[in-house]
Ligand binder design. Structure first.
Ligand code: SF4
Length: 348
């Protein structure tokens, strides 16, 4: 995997707050802050892993990127390939802010960003054949029809390791791993540049997970794809990612090159997540950090550092002041008051 460091996607101060409505008049009584002021870049050709516990906002963030949700505020700046600029990043390159586009404007860019879904059982319509499923985006967005369409679907199936002669079968004739390959073929149909992979292997048997991860890596090499890879399994993320971002309660709390983050975490939440990753060295025993305290609600996050009720290193200032998102050495970003004073344990 190569990382040319050209920015393909830049998320700036992104917020996705869902209103909570109550009563007969459906008055707004609060908000779920699912994504709360998140900023990071995704470089062309890389895999950026996005990890965190369930409910931390990572899937909501992925859905904002593909504009399944319209963000509350913030920017999703995408380096478009066709030169039709809505705004410019000052470098003369065309940049599109997906957050502001209307559904109609979005249609012109739908093919550039696609999504692979978590559950290959529910994400495929059981009443559609594989041909119908994989060809659907081609029928909507291109003029391919008839034999040319079938030939294109056959090529896509071959590319993901399936047999073209099975294109008239229904999803229930395939195993979980094969169904995820069908989902990948559909995501590739429009030749996207960026794919948001939302827990693409977590519903699969462990024996099949590695095959699908290897397929994604092969496709990335062959097609120059960029992945935003959302997962809660840190072992899978370590294997596939160039860089990793850690989310907690709607915010990114740490981001670094994968090797650096796993070996030298700077945020106590990352250290706790990594303590659950099995060591590859049987001679090393590591302390499993059990996070105490309830998971706070994104409706009313704790003041100061949102992690402070569960942090073993918390001090008084953590309850009062929100830690700034700051860059330390070599692109390692973290939001913790004591990041440069703590000596945290990573994975060897
Ligand atoms: Fe823990 Fe304080 Fe750092 Fe938050 S800012 S992670 S509470 S030490």
């Amino acid at each position: 995997m190569t990382n040319t460091r050209n920015t393909l996607l830049e998320i700036k101060n992104l917020k996705m707050h869902f209103p909570i409505r109550r009563g007969l008049l459906k008055r707004v009584v609060g908000h779920v802050r699912a994504v709360d002021d998140v900023s990071f870049e995704v470089f062309q050709g890389e895999t950026l892993g996005l990890v965190g516990e369930s409910g931390c906002g990572k899937t909501t963030l992925g859905r904002c990127v593909v504009r399944a949700y319209r963000p509350t505020s913030g920017e999703i700046l995408y380096q478009a390939g066709d030169g039709s600029a809505v705004s410019s990043n000052g470098s003369g390159q065309p940049v599109i802010d997906f957050a502001r586009l209307t559904s109609r404007q979005l249609r012109a860019y739908r093919h550039e960003i696609q999504m692979i879904f978590q559950d290959p059982y529910s994400s495929l319509n059981p009443r559609m054949t594989v041909l119908d499923i994989v060809s659907e985006p081609l029928v909507i967005h291109t003029k391919l029809r008839g034999d040319a369409l079938k030939s294109e679907v056959g090529d896509l199936l071959r590319r993901v390791g399936l047999r073209p002669e099975h294109m008239n079968r229904y999803p229930n004739a395939f195993s979980g791993g094969q169904r995820q390959r069908i989902g990948i073929a559909r995501a590739l149909a429009l030749r996207p540049k960026l794919i948001v992979c939302d827990e693409p292997v977590s519903a699969l048997d462990v024996s099949v997970q590695a095959q699908v991860v290897n397929l994604l890596q092969d496709l990335q090499r062959e097609l120059g794809l960029t992945y935003l890879f959302i997962a809660h399994d840190l072992s899978v993320v370590q294997h596939i990612s160039n860089r990793v971002a850690v989310m907690y309660l709607g915010k990114v709390v740490e981001l670094a090159e994968a090797k650096r983050l796993y070996q030298n975490p700077l945020h106590p939440y990352t250290e706790a997540l990594l303590s659950a990753v099995p060591s590859t060295n049987p001679d090393i025993t590591r302390e499993r950090i059990i996070l105490t305290g309830d998971v706070p609600t994104p409706i009313n996050p704790p003041p100061g550092c949102a992690f402070h009720p569960r942090c073993r290193y918390a001090q008084d200032v953590c309850q009062r002041e929100t830690p700034a998102w700051r860059a330390l050495e070599d692109g390692h970003h973290v939001a913790c008051h004591f990041a440069d004073q703590l000596s945290l344990t990573g994975v060897n």
